[in-house]
Structure formats: C-alpha cells, structure tokens
Ligand binder design. Structure first.
Ligand code: UD1
Length: 420
C-alpha cells in the first residue's frame, strides 16, 4: 500500500490546474448507458473512481476509448450484461448510478449493494423507492438489487425526505426514457446534478429545473450522441485553497469556477484570506498570516459542503481561536479527528459537533487515511506540521485527487509517494 511522506513548513505559492469534477464525471459516465450512440466526454480527471466506473461499463459490454487530453469516448450500444458485480461496486459507492439508466434502457438490471467511503450507514432506499414508484419491481437478495420493468418505466411524482445527490441523479436518469412526466421534489441542487442535467439535455433529454429543488423530466423515446466537457471539481479547488490558507501562502487555482464554491470562499475570507476571482480562476493570498478559526455547519448545496468539512477541521487545528464544526449530512464523518489529534490537534467531539481549539503548530506523526476527504485533511495537516508526516492508506486519496503530490510539489510542498 502506498504512503505519502510530507515534510511541513513551506507556504504554498504558484498556480494549480483544477481537474474535472469526480462527482460529475461518474454520473455522466453512467448516463452514457442511456444511448446507443457515441458520447465523447472531455476534462475527465484521472482518478481511481473513474477507472472503476469505466471497468463497470466495459464489463457490461460498452466500448470505451481513452485518448490524450483527458477525453473518453463511450459507446454503450448492444450492451449484453446489465449487471454490476460486488467486486467493483464495493470499491465505489457511486456505482449505484448505473441502476437507473440500466432499468430505463434495458428494462432490467442487477446491481450489488454499494460499499465506498466508510462514513455512516449511507443506505440506497431512496434510489430503490423512486424506481418502484416509476413501475420497477425490485427485490434485494444476496446483497444484490434486482430491478425489472417489463413494460418500461413510467413517469412519477417523487419527493425526497432528505436531499440525496446520487438519489436525484439516478432517478433523473431513469426518468429521461420513462413514459410521461416525472417531477422530483426536494431534489439535490448541487452543481454536479445540474451538470448531469445539462449533459442529458445535450443528448436530447427534456429536463427542466435541474439546479433547483424541483426537477421536471418529460420522458423521450431515445437519446442521441454528442460531446460534453465536465465541470471543474469544486472540492479539489477548495482543498488547494485551504492548503494555501493553512500554510500562509498565495496560490491561483486555474480552470475552475468561483460560483460553484461560494460558501467555501466566504469561510476562507472569514479565516483571513484575500480572495480574488475571474471567469475561470480563484486566487487566495494569506500574506503570511495564521488563519483565524471558523465555525462550519454542513448542509446540502448551496450550504457548506460536507466534502470540505475535514479540510476545514485541519485548518482550524492551526488557527487562532476556537472553531465549532457541525456535520449534518452524514453520521460518523469525524474519523480524521482522531488522526489529527495524533499530530497534536486539540479537538473535542460531541455527537455531530467538533470543537477545535487552534494550536500554534502540529507535530508530524504516522497517520492513517480512513476515507477520501479525511485523507485530504491529513495531507493538509502534514503540510504545516513540524517534521515528516507519513499518511498511510492513500488509496483513498487516489479515488478523488488527480496527481496530488505533483500538484502540491509544484506549489512548493515537500511531498513524495513511497510504496510500502
Ligand atoms: C454524494 C457525493 C458525496 C457527497 C454527498 C453529500 C457523489 C458520487 N458523491 O454522495 O461526495 O459527500 O453527495 O453531498 O456525488 N440517504 C438515505 N437514503 C438514500 C440516500 C441517501 O438515507 O437512499 C442519506 C445519506 O445517508 C446521507 C444523506 O442522505 O445522510 C445524503 O446522502 P447523499 O446525498 O445521497 O450522498 P451520496 O449521493 O451518496
């Protein structure tokens, strides 16, 4: 298992190119199953989760061609195996996203119950209930979801009890080829949901309201092909900006968009950062200062993203003052707190609240990544700790951060990957 060795101390300085969004490209790849025609996807990040989704589509019978310039061509015509096995699904929860498209296009699907990040129970009941409402017969047996819709899916009114990102995406994809109109209420408004809607409309779907909490989908007979460029990754952008803020540095994140991370930029300004934005860039300048502690309350978009919570916990560990962090989206998403404590952080946990009293500096220690964003927080802590921190189990980070050590090294960090 690979490890990261990080020697802290250097303020980050320079430019970093932001990759395409993991949480956009995964549903978009699944959405390719809805059409027989060829689809070209651009700005695809090179990530383990993307490779897993490609393997999944490939073993179902789709043809995939990867070319230079971060482009993938998918042709899902003549798919012969609408089946997602446990071996692939267990490594990536987002594999559940093939369920909606497969039932909509082929009338049946067998998909393993997902694994993925170990953050809370994370059920898929909304996905299953939504498809049932659309006329699918669903049984769960032996760890697999079996869905059948002999006469195709039909439009339905769906109201989510809790906002679910992949739940909204799965049902939106299923509704695209269903007979009649589907209305999704209390839908997720995340930019990645909007990106998926734009992609499907480009293929000929009739979706309105994506990006708002009510999405209306009028089913169409079939979709065509096309070329689509994936949205920039707002979590990757935020992670590099936090890294610069913690180290007292100055960076420019390029090929990104400020309007998809407003709540994060507001918190960075509150922490004392000087932020400037342009059409496709965001710059942050800490002018050598230590950050001020900030309070964070996670909630669905446009609220503060749960996927940035761990990174702000890392920031608070070295900030001036006390920060209170409340996690409302997932249970059990504070595993990084225990590892940060091993580096000298002062964190108290109380249910879904973490109280962090900033210390002047952290001290390097061997730490273990437990999930994707938790591992990012440990790398950030390593960047400011005295000495050399070893982060173990970095396969988690490879699921969601493209070339992280190259990008950080380019900004002046001392980081390398070693094979254990
Ligand atoms: C997506 C993102 C993930 C992000 C999360 C919240 C992708 C691939 N992943 O995950 O990075 O952290 O949104 O922004 O886009 N829930 C249920 N039943 C369900 C579905 C969800 O109870 O059927 C609950 C979950 O346990 C959780 C909440 O709803 O408490 C929100 O989860 P959800 O938005 O579905 O997360 P994901 O789509 O899995």
């Amino acid at each position: 298992m690979d490890k990261h060795l990080i020697t802290g101390g250097a303020p980050l300085e320079g430019d970093v190119r932001i990759s395409g969004a993991k949480n956009s490209v995964l549903p978009i790849l699944a959405g390719c199953l809805l059409t027989d025609e060829s689809v070209v996807i651009k700005n695809v990040p090179h990530l383990n989760d993307v490779t897993t989704m490609m393997k999944l589509l490939g073993q179902m019978g789709a043809n995939l061609t990867v070319s230079e310039g971060l482009t993938i061509e998918v042709e899902a015509r003549g798919l012969n195996q609408p089946y997602a096995p446990y071996e692939l699904v267990r490594t990536m929860r987002a594999s559940i996203l093939v369920l909606g498209p497969l039932v909509a296009k082929y009338g049946h699907a067998t998909v393993s119950l997902p694994g993925g990040c170990a953050i809370g129970p994370r059920p898929v009941d909304f996905h299953v209930e939504g498809l049932r409402k659309m006329g699918a017969e669903i049984t769960v047996e032996g760890g697999y979801i079996q869905a059948v819709a002999k006469n195709g899916l039909k439009g339905a009114n769906i109201n989510f009890d809790i906002v679910s990102v992949t739940g909204t995406e799965n049902l939106m994809m299923a509704a695209v080829l269903a007979k009649g109109k589907t209305i999704i209420e209390n839908a997720a408004r995340e930019p990645e949901v909007q990106d998926l809607g734009n992609f499907l409309n480009m293929l000929g779907a009739n979706i309105q309201g994506h990006g708002t909490s009510t999405i209306v989908i009028e089913g169409v007979k079939s979709l065509k092909g096309g070329t689509y460029t994936v949205l920039p990754d707002r979590v990757e952008t935020g992670t590099y900006l936090v890294a610069a803020a913690m180290t007292g540095g100055r960076i420019v994140a390029k090929a990104t968009r400020a309007n998809i991370l407003t709540s994060v930029l507001e918190k960075l300004e509150e922490a004392g950062a000087h932020i400037a934005t342009g059409e496709d860039w965001v710059s942050l300048d800490m002018r050598g200062n230590r950050p001020k502690a900030v309070d964070i309350y996670t909630s669905p978009f446009p609220g503060f993203p749960t996927d940035m919570q761990a990174q702000f916990m890392a920031l608070n560990t070295v900030a001036i003052g006390k920060g209170i962090l409340t996690e409302t989206v997932f249970e059990n998403r504070f595993m990084h707190a225990h590892e940060l404590r091993r580096m000298g952080a002062n964190i108290q946990l109380n249910g879904n609240t973490a109280i962090i009293e900033g210390v002047p500096h952290l001290t390097a220690a061997p730490v273990m990544a437990t999930d994707l964003r938790a591992s990012a927080s440990l790398v950030l802590a390593g960047l400011v700790a005295k000495g050399t921190t070893t982060v173990d189990r970095i396969y988690h980070i490879d699921r969601g951060y493209e070339c992280i050590e190259e990008k950080l090294a380019q900004l002046g960090a001392t980081i390398k990957r070693v094979a254990a």
